[in-house]
Design a protein around this ligand. Structure first.
Ligand SMILES: Nc1ncnc2c1ncn2[C@@H]1O[C@H](COP(=O)(O)OP(=O)(O)O)[C@@H](O)[C@H]1O
Ligand SMILES: [Mg+2]
Length: 442
């Protein structure tokens, strides 16, 4: 509005100064209007597309970074990279198209502004030379008109300047891309071989590990899980439960000792073959943008719709999924925001079930699932655990009670181990923690 006012005032002043000068440039106004109309609509639309795709790219990127564990655990790196690269290509092309439009529009505006100045000068010169305007006031009039024309054009030239926004968007993108260089997993050793089909026998042998080598968070960990056994990891926050899970998934490697799966040191195998046979459900129930169907299929792209539905039926999540707004075609928002915690967990369980790993790991948040779906979640979890070696950081008593072995972790050490009844008899730290649990549940 301020721009329009300024332009009107400038035009009026130009007209007042000398109507002939005004008339000499007034024909440029419709040209200007036409150019503006043509380009602004197109550029506006193109910027809309650029912004949309930029949002898509950054959402995708954000999901892959925050969900990197899930991406890695399900061997989705290559596919996701393809998807991302496609998006990024689109994004680049969109930006080029916008830049090209801008590259024509802006100089064109400048050309019009320049033309106006020349016309005023030429017309002014002619008026003065031909004596139609007195020389004494004529020069002043021409200079003033020149100025007013500048005033008239400036708001339009400024409006046309989108390139700053473009630079800003690019700067943001660059910062994000530097994140991509961070290594999300332990790379394969040279000569790493694929892990043959496993039973699910897991051994920790004198494992010492720290995120920083000089600050170990796990000290000399030894335990064994036979195929099909359920191991519950119990302990206070920060004791090292999640770190143990991360080591099994080989997101990190121990500084001392080794971890063996079916007798094979997991350092010697390819991450891809290990992740194909392990399944991980995380504290943050990670769902990606897309339909419920896509999310379940995440780990096994070749699975048909029928396979997905069969898995959901088998694990008991089918009805819960059907009760969603659009059933299997329900769109999951960023990080699955539009669903309840229990619903998201069910979908994650179904995803893990479809992947059918020999080793299943669950690292669960303390926060309780909604009571509505709690029973359903518990039942699907039992079905998911059936016949798999399971490591579980759980906060449900029912799950812990069912474990074949409970490892009580304290400050990075296993301080007690055994079944629930054994540990209760011991009457140590676990028994105390259990009392606390029961009291909280009551
Ligand atoms: N990515 C990380 N980088 C550095 N330190 C970490 C990281 N993750 C966890 N830790 C530290 O390691 C210790 C064990 O953490 P964690 O295994 O997450 O415990 P828990 O799962 O039992 O709460 C804590 O002291 C924690 O601060
Ligand atoms: Mg944890």
């Amino acid at each position: 509005v301020a721009n329009v006012l300024m332009m009107t005032v400038a035009a009026f002043m130009l007209w007042r100064t000398d109507w002939r000068l005004f008339a000499s440039v007034v024909w440029l106004a419709p040209v200007l209007y036409g150019v503006n109309h043509y380009f602004r609509k197109r550029i506006g639309r193109q910027w809309q597309v650029v912004r949309e795709w930029f949002t898509r790219v950054s959402t995708n990127l954000a999901e892959n970074i925050t969900g990197v564990r899930v991406v890695t655990a399900f061997n989705r790196q290559a596919i996701n990279l393809d998807v991302f690269n496609d998006m990024q290509d689109r994004n680049t092309r969109n930006n080029i198209r916008a830049a090209r439009l801008n590259g024509v529009y802006h100089p064109l505006l400048q050309l019009i502004g320049f033309t106006g100045k020349i016309v005023i000068l030429a017309m002014g010169g002619y008026l003065i030379v031909s004596g139609r305007i007195g020389e004494d006031q004529g020069v002043g009039a021409v200079i003033a008109s020149h100025l007013y024309w500048d005033w008239f054009m400036n708001p339009i030239l400024n409006l046309g300047n989108f390139s700053n926004q473009l630079m800003m968007a690019m700067a943001g993108a660059e910062r994000v891309f530097s994140l991509l260089d961070t290594q999300p997993e332990t790379p394969d050793l040279p000569g790493a071989r694929p892990l043959p089909p496993i039973q699910g026998h897991v051994q920790f042998e004198n494992v010492t590990f720290g995120y920083f080598p000089d600050r170990p968070v796990l000290h000399d960990i030894n335990f064994e899980a036979r195929p099909g056994e359920v191991v519950a990891l119990v302990g206070h926050t920060g004791s090292g439960k999640s770190s143990i899970i991360s080591l099994i998934a080989r997101f990190y490697q121990p500084q001392k000792g080794r971890i063996r799966v079916d007798g094979i040191d997991i350092r010697a195998v390819t991450a891809e073959s290990l992740h194909r046979q392990t399944g991980l459900v995380l504290q943050v129930n990670y769902l990606f943008t897309g339909t419920v169907m896509d999310n379940i299929r995440y780990a096994r792209r070749d699975a048909s719709d029928a396979d997905v539905i069969a898995a959901a039926r088998a694990i008991g999540s089918h009805d819960a999924i059907l009760s969603l707004q659009n059933g299997y075609q329900t769109e999951v928002g960023e990080r699955g925001a539009n669903m309840s915690l229990g619903q998201r967990q069910l979908i994650c369980f179904t995803r893990a079930f479809l992947a059918n790993p020999r080793i299943f790991m669950l690292d669960e948040a303390t926060s309780a699932v909604d009571t509505e779906t709690e029973l359903l979640v518990q039942r699907s979890l039992s079905r998911l655990m059936e016949g798999r070696t399971t490591f579980i950081v759980a906060h449900r008593l029912s799950t812990i009670l069912k474990a074949d072995c409970i490892l009580m972790i304290d400050a990075g050490r296993i301080i007690e181990r055994g079944s629930h009844s054994e540990l209760m008899k011991l009457n140590g730290k676990y028994a105390a923690l259990y009392e606390q649990f029961v009291q909280q549940a009551a």
